[in-house]
Design a protein around this ligand. Structure first.
Ligand SMILES: [Zn+2]
Length: 314
């Protein structure tokens, strides 16, 4: 039996799974703490791979999901916020040399899109838009059955489009990006700022406040909390209508912790999309769905990437 080794580099955990070439159920999964701010992340990763590496079967490829900008052609991690030492880090080449098999890298949001398309809620669609809204906002696009990756592999940073010129500074340093006004921390920050400015709410302002607490308050009737989700949903819908104009997908798949607030965020998103769309045809039959793969999206996305790359496609 030939095998694929899939790896998910998470902010808190490194996970490795061994899949049969012909299946989606892993034969073995192992994990360890990333401890990205400490030395030795690469050594921890290779020790983890060594612990599952088969002694008899043949491994056809290693495929890795990386959080952060990654060049899928060269296999170099450009940067990854949780592991500062991995800047311009040639992970694919190092793994390929050590294990003597092809190794492929992809951005984790792009690969989650690929995983949902191949094995999740996007199956059967040819044009898929996936957006994940949590601490940050990311995404991936399948267009005519191809993952959109772009010239340097940097395409579809869906959180880094301007929706509020001159707005808050984004994690990338630019003002007014979608991520700066609609991510989980942005929702909590908006509530904190409004309370400090004199608005009434049952929530306590400050850095401890998070989007989950805001969602709970909104569900028990807190007007400011509801408004914060409505405002974020408005911006997300504004950006999504732009993405519909560009990509014309048949399904939009929502992932990430913020979308677990359900109708609190999805209703304002739908309302804003309808208001901002240039022509109702874009929404005609458009499916809005939430992710099916959950925590497995990274590993299954990496598996999908291995199959595509081994078949000779980009
Ligand atoms: Zn940005």
């Amino acid at each position: 039996m030939s095998l694929i080794v899939a790896i998910d580099i998470g902010g808190t955990q490194l996970r490795v799974a061994v899949f049969p070439r012909s299946g989606t159920t892993p034969l073995v999964v192992q994990k360890t703490a990333t401890r990205g701010l400490e030395d030795g992340v690469y050594e921890r990763l290779t020790a983890l791979i060594d612990s599952v590496w088969p002694t008899e079967e043949v491994v056809d490829a290693i495929s890795v999901a990386v959080p952060g900008p990654t060049n899928p052609y060269s296999g170099v991690i450009i940067s990854t916020p949780n592991i500062p030492a991995w800047t311009d880090f040639p992970l694919a080449e190092l793994l390929s040399r050590r294990y003597r098999v092809p190794a492929y890298l992809g951005n984790d949001a792009n690969l989650a899109a690929l995983g949902e398309w191949k094995y999740g809620v996007g199956q059967g669609h040819h044009d898929v838009l996936y957006i994940t809204i949590s601490t940050g906002i990311g995404g991936g696009v399948i267009s005519s059955d191809m993952l959109v990756v772009g010239w340097h592999g940097l395409a579809t940073e869906l959180g880094h489009v301007t929706v509020l010129p001159g707005g808050p500074v984004c994690s990338c340093g630019v003002r007014g990006h979608l991520e700066s006004v609609a991510s989980g921390p942005a929702i909590a920050r908006y509530v904190s700022e409004e309370i400090t400015a004199g608005r009434r709410s049952n929530l306590q302002p400050g850095p401890h406040l998070n989007a989950y607490a805001v969602a709970e308050a909104a569900k028990s009737g807190d007007e400011l909390a509801k408004e914060a989700y409505g405002r974020a949903g408005g911006f997300i819908g504004q950006a999504l209508s732009d993405f519909l104009h560009v990509f014309n997908p048949s399904i939009v798949i929502f992932g990430g912790g913020v979308t677990q607030a359900g109708s609190l965020i999805l209703d304002p998103i739908r309302e804003s999309m309808t208001r901002n769309i240039m022509n109702p045809s874009y929404m005609d039959g458009l499916q809005l769905a939430t992710v099916k793969l959950g925590d497995e999206a990274g590993l299954l996305g990496a598996l999908a990437q291995a199959h595509i790359r081994l078949s000779g496609a980009k």
